[in-house]
Design a protein around this ligand. Structure first.
Ligand SMILES: [Zn+2]
Length: 120
């Protein structure tokens, strides 16, 4: 008995089993099925990347919705000659939140991309 990688979930399984105990993937299948699996994996990858891309836009929108009121306050500060303290402005929290979300989402996208390349 030797260990092989399951083509579906990439976990180590025995070469003697017909069905992967981790994901129920049938190992007695034709090349056609394997190709279909590759297509399915690609679609899953593409859909995931698309969803995360939308999330990066959301993150940017959050940051911008904090930045715009801050610029507005800044413009008023110039017009009326008062000092605006931007660290006290509520917009800074939206900028930080948007930026944090953006970084997390990009890291997740990087991870998904790397996993997909490993599976191929
Ligand atoms: Zn499996």
């Amino acid at each position: 008995m030797s260990l092989i990688k399951c083509p579906s979930c990439q976990k180590q399984i025995s070469n003697k089993v017909d069905i992967c105990p981790h994901c129920d993937f049938s190992l007695n299948q034709s090349k056609d099925d394997l190709n279909r699996l590759k297509v399915l994996n690609y679609r899953k990858y593409r859909d995931q990347m698309y969803r995360f891309k939308m999330l990066t836009f959301t993150a940017m929108a959050i940051a911008i919705s904090g930045l715009v009121p801050m610029l507005w306050t800044y413009a008023q500060a110039i017009d009326y000659g008062f000092n605006a303290n931007f660290l006290n402005h509520w917009g800074i929290y939206l900028i930080i939140a948007g930026f944090a979300l953006y970084v997390v989402v990009r890291a997740k996208m990087f991870q998904i991309k790397r996993n997909y390349k490993l599976k191929k």
